[in-house]
Design a protein around this ligand. Structure first.
Ligand SMILES: Cc1cc2nc3c(=O)[nH]c(=O)nc-3n(C[C@H](O)[C@H](O)[C@H](O)COP(=O)(O)OP(=O)(O)OC[C@H]3O[C@@H](n4cnc5c(N)ncnc54)[C@H](O)[C@@H]3O)c2cc1C
Length: 439
């Protein structure tokens, strides 16, 4: 069977690979590339709540500007083309609305329709040796197609993390925050009368405000291990974690130093929230406690010690952080976890590599501690094979805070990857080996 061969195949067409497509067009137009996206279009974080919430990133750290401030695909040019540059600037918003940024990302993606197969899920990846002694990836998709390529850029987004204590809860009673919009119909129909929102992230707070506002009869329980919902660290000094130089520093650090940096900088993006959102949630709850129905509850400083189904409900036991004997029981119809994502690593809250690549895991080069070795150019070398396997937007544990959790560096990251592909190609041509077109 004749299979289509590409220089570059990208898995996923979210912001990371959209930035890749832009960089390919602007800096490496000669490479033949294809992107495979499981959704019907490129909607940024389909589960996101859009109602009036804003993004958390300076809008000029967009899909192109930090790499090429003159790019057609900048957020500024998007506003210009939509004829609302002056009106937008006149609003004086530091952070734009999420629905505006969602539309910007979709607008940028729509330029690349000819290079993207939408509604196409990648189901398998194999590394093959060719009769000529070379190597290539074989990528299989849900529609029965296979594609081959010399370079694979994996940008499928991170795997949601669900705390193990909740793992046995039936799927219809548990939803991760990234898929929150999938349960809105059930909330609207009145089937769900009580919800526990687990976690202390900004998503958790936004979901609780949304539930409080849209569903006046709903019982809402916020459940968090921390004493109080925390303010995001927005110091301009720690904000330099989103500078390109930080990636070099972090990547070159020893594991112990990386851990120290991670602990130090965690509140810049995780388990914390912007002040406007926290203030809003505090006020909404205050009004409910003193002038409303007392249906918004906060259970802070607790660990969930058990979660079992009781009929149509889930019964949770919450143990207070200050006393092993103080247990509170809670029954709800639905649990929403806003508990983050799995990064790469050996911990129970981590994963060794993306699930889709598990077949390649034995061949991946490893660090001395057994973790997969992700090079500065985001490449994972496969032993004995000259292939370009790149992880785009998945590398918080090796490249630092923001690699997966922020749009800040998507444009520069794609440039690193493309330069690496080109450099390897040039080296291979010099050696007489072929890594680009190997049809
Ligand atoms: C709720 C939320 C809010 C965020 N808000 C902000 C913010 O305000 N500012 C900011 O800077 N960053 C934010 N981020 C962080 C980051 O910018 C986003 O996570 C961003 O979407 C990452 O882009 P991505 O392309 O790497 O991954 P994703 O956006 O997750 O895109 C991955 C794509 O791959 C597709 N895919 C997955 N598996 C397959 C497969 N097997 N086959 C084919 N396609 C597949 C998915 O359908 C998806 O379209 C947020 C993250 C989350 C989760």
């Amino acid at each position: 069977m004749q299979r289509e061969h590409y220089d570059v195949v990208g898995i996923g067409f979210g912001p990371s690979n959209i930035a890749m497509a832009i960089t390919l067009e602007e800096e490496a137009a000669g490479l033949k590339c294809l992107f495979l996206e499981k959704e019907a279009n490129s909607e940024w974080q389909t589960g996101l709540l859009l109602a009036n919430s804003d993004i958390q990133n300076h809008p000029l750290r967009d899909l192109a500007t930090p790499r090429n401030p003159r790019s057609h695909y900048s957020f500024t040019n998007y506003l210009f083309e939509k004829q609302r540059l002056f009106e937008h600037l006149n609003m004086g918003l530091y952070y734009p609305y999420r629905y505006e940024y969602r539309d910007y990302i979709r607008w940028a993606a729509d330029h690349f329709d000819e290079q993207v197969r939408y509604s196409t899920t990648v189901t398998g990846v194999r590394a093959l040796t060719t009769q000529a002694g070379g190597a290539r990836f074989e990528v299989s998709t849900s529609d029965g197609q296979t594609y081959t390529c010399a370079n694979l850029v994996v940008a499928g987004g991170r795997t949601p993390f669900v705390p193990p204590v909740l793992a046995a809860v039936e799927p219809d009673k548990l939803v991760h925050g990234v898929r929150f919009r999938t349960v809105v119909d059930r909330l609207e129909s009145g089937q769900v009368q009580s919800v526990a929102v687990v976690g202390g992230s900004q998503s958790a707070i936004e979901i609780m405000i949304y539930l409080a506002d849209k569903f006046p009869q709903l019982q809402v329980h916020g459940v968090s291990r921390k004493f109080g919902y925390c303010l995001k660290d927005s110091s301009p000094f720690t904000g330099e974690v989103y500078f390109p130089e930080f990636v070099d520093l972090f990547h070159d650090s020893k594991p112990a130093h990386r851990r120290r940096l991670q602990d130090d900088l965690r509140a810049t993006n995780y388990s914390a929230s912007d002040g406007d959102v926290l203030d809003e949630w505090y006020r909404v709850r205050y009004r409910d406690r003193h002038f409303g129905q007392q249906r918004l509850h906060v259970h802070n400083s607790v660990d969930i010690v058990s979660a079992v189904s009781v009929g149509s409900k889930v019964s949770l036991e919450l143990m207070a952080a200050h006393s092993d004997e103080q247990i509170t029981s809670l029954e709800v119809d639905l649990i929403v976890t806003a508990t983050g994502f799995r990064d790469f690593g050996p911990g129970s809250h981590q994963e060794v590599c993306p699930a889709l690549l598990e077949g390649l895991y034995p061949m991946m080069e490893k660090e001395p501690d057994g973790q997969i070795k992700i090079q500065r150019d985001y490449r994972v070398a496969l032993q004995g094979m000259e292939l370009g396997l790149y992880l785009n937007g998945l590398c918080e544990s090796s490249h630092g805070m923001g690699d997966a959790g922020s749009l800040s560096l998507v444009s520069l990251r794609s440039q690193h990857i493309i330069k690496s592909i080109e450099a390897r190609h040039a080296a291979a041509v010099g050696d007489g080996a072929i890594i680009k077109e190997e049809a």
